[in-house]
Design a protein around this ligand. Structure first.
Ligand SMILES: NC(=O)c1ccc[n+]([C@@H]2O[C@H](COP(=O)([O-])OP(=O)(O)OC[C@H]3O[C@@H](n4cnc5c(N)ncnc54)[C@H](O)[C@@H]3O)[C@@H](O)[C@H]2O)c1
Length: 250
């Protein structure tokens, strides 16, 4: 029960890594809010695991204002924020459209910006806490076939560092770290695999054996959420079994 008396909010929590993190947090004693743009799956997941669901599009400022109002109406003291919601889009610079780039950026980058903008005051009010931003190994290396996604996750890394230093300067006891997995065995990867395979059949086949499970990432999210990581602030934590330093498919 290492998260007893703590309250967490996890975006994109209806499936995959977000759901696995929510289950781990609840097992450790936390009260957990999950949000998702997909309302029926969010409601169902929340009911199954014992979380509270808030329907939300992370790219919409008004939705964040509604999340603040909901937490305040509940009298919740927010201690942990996991910025997990994101979308993945196949396309190198030749293939990607401005519309596609902006759509992805609005979720993956604007969504994290808005989350920190609206949730940081709540974490500060609670006397400190932990912000965990899901980035990607792609933010730490060049991935040509996912140009918008790679750029969006680099923005998340940059905002993580900016926020971590701001919090240190303010001495507000809030920490902010980013996590950089390579491949995780979730629907996000399964849904894109068909698309990517049609362009380069060997790429996913070669990388698939190296991908981890959602629980492997949830374990790391839990560490950054718990007080065991109280002196860890601003890091880029790779969860990739060496893939960033030696990509298995290159
Ligand atoms: N799966 C991987 O291989 C992998 C690798 C590196 C990093 N990541 C990152 O890990 C995180 C979790 O990924 P996952 O594999 O569990 O993905 P997933 O697609 O299974 O889950 C993402 C969730 O976010 C929700 N979501 C999407 N857009 C949203 C929006 N606008 N507002 C609110 N919710 C929204 C989806 O409905 C979904 O429930 C993401 O940030 C992803 O970029 C994943």
């Amino acid at each position: 029960m290492r998260l007893k008396n703590k309250t967490a909010l996890i975006t994109g929590g209806s499936r995959g890594v977000g759901r696995a993190a929510a289950e781990r947090f609840i097992a450790e004693g936390a009260k957990v809010y999950i949000t998702d743009v997909v309302a029926d799956r969010g409601e169902a997941t929340a009911a199954e695991i014992g979380a509270t669901f808030i329907q939300q599009n992370v790219a919409e400022e008004a939705d964040w204002q509604r999340v603040v109002a909901t937490l305040e109406a509940d009298g919740a003291n927010l201690n942990i924020l996991v910025n997990n919601a994101a979308i993945l889009q196949y396309g190198n610079i030749d293939m990607e459209s401005l519309e596609g780039w902006r759509r992805l950026m609005s979720v993956n980058s604007d969504g994290v910006f808005l989350a920190i903008k609206y949730m940081l005051p709540l974490l500060e009010k609670a006397g400190g806490g932990s912000i965990i931003n899901m980035s990607s190994s792609s933010a730490l290396m060049g991935v040509p076939d996912f140009c918008a996604y790679t750029a969006s996750k680099s923005a998340v890394r940059g905002l993580t560092m900016s926020t971590a230093v701001l919090c240190k300067q303010r001495a507000n006891k809030v920490r902010c770290n980013s996590i950089h997995p390579d491949g995780i065995n979730t629907d996000m990867v399964r849904e894109i695999a068909g698309q990517a395979n049609s362009h380069d059949p060997d790429q996913y086949k070669n990388s698939a054996p190296f991908i981890c499970q959602a629980e492997d990432v949830a374990n790391v999210i839990f560490f950054l959420a718990s007080d065991d990581s109280r002196h860890v602030n601003g890091i880029a934590l790779s969860v990739d079994n060496t893939s960033t330093i030696h990509p298995p498919y290159l």
